[in-house]
Design a protein around this ligand. Structure first.
Ligand code: MG
Length: 389
């Protein structure tokens, strides 16, 4: 990799993998290997049929977790390249950042957290880490994908202090602090880009689904400034294309702002290496204060208008019914589970104790489901006339 900055993640100084691996490949760096392992894992393929806000069956144009992941990867690589950060690591983190999301977006996360409330709870970030550390079974020598510390640090993103205590060195930055200390810059940037990606694409999807209106969006500077310019420049353009151009310009402003602001901060602080980045008080990959304010306004609007819309709430309501009833059925009678999941129940019972192990194995199974698989599984169990078993 040309022009890697001193404060970037250098493969040579990686904190390494849990299990030592002999004979590294001839033509790939450690972070390229991480990226490749993520692309080939089962959880990655399931992203195609998981949703963020809209249930997968709503329409073919809406974002799925997979297309969201690809957008996050694309934005992240642009920033990484501009700041001379490690593009391979950035790519790996972006590809893995949403693996732990259960079916049905935030609704799924809430209900699974409720199911596990007496057993340590459910957090999608921790579940992403659990997938790459333990649940994927691809290699003869170890469980999980045995990724590097830096990729795992980026995938974990956030974590509350209680579960962080169980994570070893990776959890340290969430302890004894009023707020977590920063991770490496590649992890910081994917985390920020995740927000840029979903705020902008939820506007696009929200307008398409008619859950929000242009009139509402024009109340917000980040949208309205670009929308007005586009309208002035292209007065007779179709509305769909005006929206695309507006969103494109909004993305460009945000990404450019992150690059410029972060570059200035890095020049001021001049961290000598990734360890110095981790010991900073503040994150160095950020928006400018002014743009952050505009971004936040829009994010809050989406939170109240889009995610609280009655149609989105109905989808969430259905998701609750499906996952809660499946959890109850499987917990009461684990012999309803497919054979390989029954084996997983036994494995986790031996590891964690009878009740916790069973609940955790059932939630791992539910969290791994795609939207459509969860709906099918519900149909198999609760429709007495179903043709499927
Ligand atoms: Mg995301």
């Amino acid at each position: 990799m040309d022009n890697l900055a001193p404060y970037a993640a250098w493969p040579e100084t990686s904190l390494g993998r849990k299990y030592t691996e002999l004979s590294p490949p001839a033509y790939r760096t450690e972070y390229q290997r991480d990226r490749d392992r993520l692309i080939h894992c089962n959880a990655f393929r399931r992203l195609e049929y998981k949703t963020q806000v809209f249930v997968n069956s709503e329409g073919d144009l809406f974002r799925t977790r997979l297309t969201h992941t690809l957008e996050v990867m694309q934005f992240s690589r642009t920033i990484a390249r501009a700041l001379h950060l490690n593009e391979d690591l950035t790519e790996a983190i972006a590809l893995g950042h949403d693996l732990g999301h259960p079916p049905f977006g935030h609704a799924g996360q809430d209900i699974l957290n409720h199911c596990l409330k007496n057993y340590g709870g459910f957090e999608h970030n921790l579940q992403s880490l659990r997938i790459v550390d333990e649940l994927e079974e691809k290699y003869p020598q170890f469980r999980g994908l045995n990724l590097t510390y830096e990729t795992r640090e980026g995938i974990l993103k956030h974590c509350s202090s209680k579960p962080a205590k169980l994570l070893g060195p990776l959890g340290n930055r969430f302890l004894n602090e009023t707020q977590p200390t920063p991770p490496g810059l590649e992890a910081q940037l994917v985390d920020l880009v995740d927000e840029i990606a979903y705020v902008t694409h939820d506007i696009d999807d929200g307008l398409r689904a008619k859950l929000i209106t242009i009139r509402q969006l024009r109340e917000y500077k980040l949208f309205n400034e670009h929308y007005s310019i586009v309208l002035k420049q292209w007065p007779s353009l179709s509305q769909r294309r005006v929206i695309y151009e507006t969103i494109r310009n909004m993305i460009n402003e945000q990404i450019t702002n992150v690059i410029d602001t972060s570059r200035d901060q890095l020049e001021a602080v001049q961290p000598k290496n990734i360890e110095e980045v981790r010991h900073q008080e503040d994150f160095l990959i950020t928006f400018s204060a002014l743009l952050y304010e505009k971004h936040l306004e829009l994010k809050q609007f989406l939170q109240t208008q889009l995610y609280q819309n009655y149609r989105v709430r109905r989808m969430a309501f259905r998701a609750h019914q499906i996952l809660r009833r499946l959890f109850e059925a499987f917990s009461n009678d684990p012999y309803l589970l497919p054979l390989e999941v029954q084996m997983e129940v036994q494995r986790l019972q031996a590891q964690l104790g009878s009740e916790v192990g069973r609940a955790r194995a059932v939630v791992d199974y539910l969290a791994g489901m795609t939207d459509r698989y969860a709906i099918l599984e519900y149909e198999r169990l609760f429709n007495p006339l179903s043709n499927n078993l």
